[in-house]
Design a protein around this ligand. Structure first.
Ligand code: ADP
Ligand code: ASP
Ligand code: MG
Length: 583
């Protein structure tokens, strides 16, 4: 690994890295006083630097010290966020007026995904989009890591856990080369090049050190994994800020660990909106008032104690709406590699069409049931404040994309879009011995809650006393183990296995708020699937009728999607239906 060394604070020396004197004002570097926590929870990394391309900037903003609850005390995300987000409505107008005291421009939060930042050319395109928007708006930019970088970082962390020195070094070398090549193409002067190179090397060095700690211990803690996985955004934010500077837009890279306060649920942290709002106000409003575009790292936040957390894979969408809610923004634009929210995943259904307008509810259902275009929690922070979210294509910015609002707009059929999740498993509790088991349902779902398994679909057939439910594959094994433990006494004298796991299934969901007033949606779907020889294993429809979900075999998933898409004429033109079975 060829990353030059630089003086490091000792392990355990948390924060308070002094801002260096003698900054280069033309490429104004500032130190954000953040430390990356080490494998065992101690801080071992250097200060994360953020890069500014503006002349006048404020200083670093240390994290507030606040009491935080331990992970096991965490309430369910839905309860906590509703409680927090409802208070945001009261502050919404106040914040807006504060932002606008210095300027009458609307406030936009623009998030750019990994593909949009895939190489230097794409970063230039991003800079043009931001430059154009910033003429008439105040803009906060949120960035993902460059495409593929988070995967590589996680691979390095896992490689370190299994003792693979070579893999770790090879990945950090590769990441260094990749980012350096982009920086060389984007910067104009040797000083700028040198400056951003130093920043990126510092970030990569800290990641390499975390992996060295993991290699020594042969243990990958959830804290260390989050710190390593979040480095991609820390690399891309200074690159984007630099590119904006080159395009004449005053900007500064900001580490979201300074802004987004979360609980300590590593890998899927939840924001704490009150402290987040206070930090955003203190840190971002002065920049916006001075016409500076903050470029904030997506995906990461930090606990009140300053430990880095991540919001879950694809979490930069969520970062954008958290910041929008905290600032009372007028609009969020999620720039990605497709034209908007489509009637189905275009990789699975070639005839999928862009939906011009969709409701928060529908978009949230699609996101929850696997539409990768949005992180499942993206809409939570903005729904109460009714901040519209647009999904647009970075590579075709002239297209309007999809607008997500509280009302959405209806289409004729009631069914609006389809989605599917294949990375799930079906757990069944059933068999003859279950009849006499007390409180089967209650105990089953108390157990799933205890092991924090997301239950995506539930179906019960009372005559058989069978309960089946689907969970994401990564949650399946621990759920089954916990259930076997829970019911061990009840089934002690039974020979048959009562708790079964089937990983060969997928969920296909039909989404649309207007389905509730349209009879026959389920009937048409079942008939169409029957004609294509697709067997339905289970079906679930909530009383809200915004979503009807079917369990099918994984191998039938694509046929099911194409068949339903055609049945409801969701595409611009009819798509071909591939027969379910080759016979
Ligand atoms: P980004 O890197 O910009 O965050 P993602 O890869 O996370 O982008 O999400 C965009 C991808 O989501 C698209 O390329 C598309 O393949 C996939 N996708 C899945 N379902 C849908 C859908 N209903 N509408 C649009 N895109 C979808
Ligand atoms: N870079 C993170 C990921 O790959 C977050 C994101 O892209 O939104 O999951
Ligand atoms: Mg994404």
């Amino acid at each position: 690994m060829n990353i030059p060394s630089k003086s490091q604070p000792e392990s355990g020396e948390l924060g308070n890295v002094p801002r260096p004197d003698g900054q280069d004002k033309s490429l104004n570097r500032e130190y954000t006083e953040q430390m990356i926590p080490g494998a065992a929870g101690a801080a071992v990394g250097p200060a994360v630097e953020s890069l500014s391309c503006s002349a006048a900037l404020d200083g670093g903003h240390p994290p507030h010290a606040m009491a935080g609850g331990p992970q096991w005390l965490r309430k369910s995300g839905a309860v906590r966020t509703r409680e927090h987000f409802s208070r945001q409505i009261l502050q919404h107008r106040l914040l807006l007026s504060e932002i606008r005291r210095g300027t009458k421009k609307p406030l936009l939060v623009m998030k750019f995904g990994g593909t949009s930042l895939g190489d230097a050319g794409r970063m230039e395109k991003v800079a043009e989009i931001v430059r154009d928007a910033s003429r008439d708006n105040n803009v906060v930019v949120v960035v993902s890591a460059m495409a593929g970088v988070t995967n590589k970082l996680i691979e390095a962390a896992r490689g370190a856990e299994s003792g693979n020195h070579e893999l770790v070094s090879a990945i950090f070398d590769e990441l260094n080369r990749k980012h350096k090549a982009v920086a060389d193409l984007l910067t104009r002067s040797p000083e700028d090049q040198n400056s951003i190179q130093q920043i990126m090397e510092g970030i990569l060095r800290s990641g390499h050190q975390l992996c060295q700690g993991t290699l020594l211990l042969r243990e990958l803690t959830v804290r260390a994994l989050d710190s390593i996985a979040g480095l991609g955004e820390r690399l891309s934010a200074p690159l984007v800020a630099t590119t904006l500077g080159v395009h004449g837009v005053a900007s500064t890279a900001i580490d979201a660990t300074e802004l987004i306060v979360t609980d300590s649920f590593h890998g899927s942290a939840e924001p704490q909106m009150d402290p987040t709002r206070r930090r955003c106000e203190a840190r971002l409003l002065p920049l916006l008032q001075n016409g500076i575009v903050p470029v904030v790292t997506g995906y990461i936040g930090s606990t009140p104690e300053g430990v880095v957390t991540t919001l879950g894979r694809g979490g930069s969408d969520y970062s954008a709406t958290i910041l929008a809610a905290a600032l009372g923004a007028d609009e969020v634009i999620i720039w990605t590699d497709v034209d908007g929210v489509l009637t189905a995943d275009p990789r699975l259904v070639p005839g999928a069409r862009t939906i011009p307008e969709i409701s928060y509810r529908e978009a949230a259902e699609l996101a929850f049931f696997g539409a990768k275009v949005l992180h499942p929690k993206t809409l939570r922070p903005v729904m109460h404040g009714q901040i519209p979210v647009c999904i647009r294509n970075t590579f075709a910015p002239e297209r309007l994309g999809t607008k997500i609002t509280s009302s959405g707009s209806s289409n004729g059929s009631g069914a609006k879009a389809l989605t599917a999740i294949s990375d799930i498993a079906l757990i069944t509790i059933g068999g003859p011995g279950i009849v006499g088991v007390p409180e089967v349902l209650g105990r089953t779902f108390t157990t799933t809650a205890r092991v924090q398994a997301d239950v995506l679909l539930v179906s019960q057939c009372s005559s058989q006393n069978d309960i089946c439910f689907a969970v994401p594959s990564p949650h399946a094994e621990r759920t089954v183990q916990a259930l076997r433990f829970e019911f061990a006494q009840d089934f002690a004298h039974e020979e048959a296995e009562h708790i079964a796991l089937d990983p060969s299934v997928a969920i296909v969901a039909v989404v649309g708020e207007k389905m509730r007033r349209t009879p026959g949606i389920v009937g048409r779907t079942l008939s169409a699937l029957g004609r294509q020889d697709v067997n339905i294993i289970a079906i679930a429809q909530g009383s809200s009728e915004c979503n009807v979900s079917f369990l099918v075999q994984k191998e039938d998933m694509q046929t099911a999607l194409r068949t339903i898409h055609r049945e409801f004429q969701l595409g611009a033109s009819h798509c071909e239906v591939v027969p379910a079975k080759s016979a």
